[in-house]
Design a protein around this ligand. Structure first.
Ligand code: GLN
Length: 489
């Protein structure tokens, strides 16, 4: 099957005219026609004829002997919070407040995709403003999990993950503030990579928690993530937090025998994670040991502080970042009488309940009198954890563990209990807190035949080593092979 080829193989076939890029586009659009209505993946889509025309232009360049980009002809999906200038596409953050909003410019990562001749075919559903772990917070209804449509696809990049898992795109870009690339990747049986903070430009990514936000890759394999990442990574003067240097490109293999992995004791607590998840984690850790790697257990000593501190910081940053959605500059405007009324009515009717909760709590923790005891304290905790992790990652090459405590849960299961939903992020926010790269990869199936993920994290700037280890595991195992039967029978 064409979709079984890696991204680099697809591009190579297109470049050598072995594969007509319009055939690939048609294949992906056929799948969208078949599955999108039920699964609710795309928020906006470039019409098929236009994507075909764009693919024909690439085909023409190739037959004329002109050079084409590294992503030539690949149909790629973009999360609905990454700005894209295209009259067919909206950048709506799956929020009513941005209903019908078209960005007047491309995010740097989108610009790079286009420069590399990728075909950006659509924007994908997400939790409103990237706040959530299940896609249930989208203003336009949730995306369904293709492994079991009564279950959530994870979030907030749920639509992007399902697009890749079902072949409605060959790769996607998402955003990860506390796990939103890795957790949905894990729930959908694909690979999700969050690079070092600053390695991919945030210019044009609608901000949620700016000190934590990072654009990430959703692909079937680590090799594909590396390929996509390298095509778009680099210094961006428009993003003041961009790294000072482009990372070296991905090359070659890695010998697992020379590596030291740390599996935190707290990650094995059966009160936090389900039996299936723990079993898969331990068995992959044991497998690494059998390959000759060193795997050691060690206590972190701070796991219980992580989620409270993450939510204080991310809410505080969100409350400030979302101030710009006031009914004047963007999207929905509800006006009656005074300017004050206009702000209140526009925000009240435009934002969903979770976004409002976060804006209120974020405003509270930043308010005079409470700032030091909440926001100040949370930042102290962050600094403390960051130091500890950087010391740990001087001793070990990688930290390993689960991606989330359980497998994809049922719709509505955690809706009445925000705290249970927030605990979804217990293993993932560490990478955002410490600016480290982290990846989630499939690690087997639960008893109910639902995907389970495994996570690896390394020190900042070690992105390619991380990708190589994951690629090496995938070369020797087949956890990443199965596809959701619902869409591949
Ligand atoms: N689930 C987390 C949250 O709701 C992570 C979100 C994200 O990474 N964008 O904040």
């Amino acid at each position: 099957m064409i979709l079984d080829f890696s991204l680099s193989q697809l591009v190579q076939k297109i470049q050598t005219s072995e594969l007509d890029p319009t055939a690939l586009v048609n294949l992906v659009y056929d799948r969208i026609e078949k599955f999108d209505q039920e699964l609710n993946v795309y928020r906006s889509l470039v019409p098929r004829e236009i994507s075909i025309k764009r693919a024909q232009q690439i085909g023409k360049k190739i037959s004329n002997g002109e050079s084409v980009g590294q992503l030539a002809g690949l149909p790629v999906a973009i999360k609905d919070n990454i700005s894209i200038e295209d009259p067919n596409l909206t950048t709506g953050c799956s929020s009513k407040i941005l209903d019908g909003y078209h960005s007047p410019y491309d995010a740097t990562v989108v610009k790079s995709l286009k420069e590399q001749d990728a075909l950006v075919i659509g924007t994908t559903n997400m939790d409103e403003f990237a706040m959530g772990s299940s896609n249930e917070n989208s203003s336009y209804g949730p995306t369904l999990n293709p492994w079991d449509s009564s279950r959530v696809p994870g979030g907030s990049s749920g639509g992007a993950a399902v697009a890749v898992a079902t072949g409605m795109a060959v790769a996607a870009l998402g955003s990860d503030t506390g796990g939103s690339v890795r957790q949905p990747a894990s729930f959908c049986g694909i690979t999700g990579f969050k690079p070092t903070y600053g390695a991919l430009s945030r210019y044009g990514l609608v901000a949620y928690g700016s000190s934590l936000d990072q654009v990430g890759c959703l692909t079937r394999t680590a090799e594909d993530s590396a390929y996509l990442f390298d095509a778009i990574q680099g210094v961006d003067t428009k993003d003041s937090t961009s790294l000072a240097q482009r990372l070296d490109s991905y090359d070659g293999q890695i010998d697992l025998r020379s590596l030291k992995f740390c599996l935190p004791n707290e990650y094995l607590d059966s009160e936090t994670a389900s039996g299936d998840v723990l079993e898969a984690t331990i068995s992959l850790a044991d497998w690494l040991g059998k390959q000759g790697a060193t795997v050691e257990k060690k206590s972190l000593g701070f796991l219980d502080c992580l989620i409270p501190a993450y939510y204080v910081i991310s809410f505080a940053e969100a409350s400030s970042n979302l101030g710009r959605f006031d009914g004047i500059r963007y999207g929905v405007r509800r006006s009656s009488g005074s300017l004050d009324e206009l702000y209140k009515k526009s925000r009240d009717s435009g934002f969903g309940i979770e976004v409002k909760r976060r804006i209120m709590l974020g405003t509270f923790v930043l308010s005079a009198g409470y700032y030091e005891s909440y926001y100040g304290k949370a930042n102290q905790i962050r600094t403390f954890i960051e130091k500890k992790i950087h010391a740990l990652l001087a001793e070990f090459d990688f930290l390993i563990g689960p991606v989330s405590p359980g497998v994809p849960f049922e719709f509505g299961e955690k809706n009445d209990n925000p705290l249970a939903m927030y605990l979804e992020d217990i293993y993932s926010v560490l990478a955002n807190f410490t600016r480290c790269p982290a990846i989630s990869m499939p690690a087997g199936m639960s008893k109910e035949k639902l995907p389970i993920g495994f996570q690896l994290m390394s020190k900042p700037l070690d992105d390619h080593r991380l990708l190589k280890v994951c690629a090496e595991i995938q070369a020797k195992t087949d956890f990443h092979i199965p596809r959701p039967p619902l869409c591949f029978s």
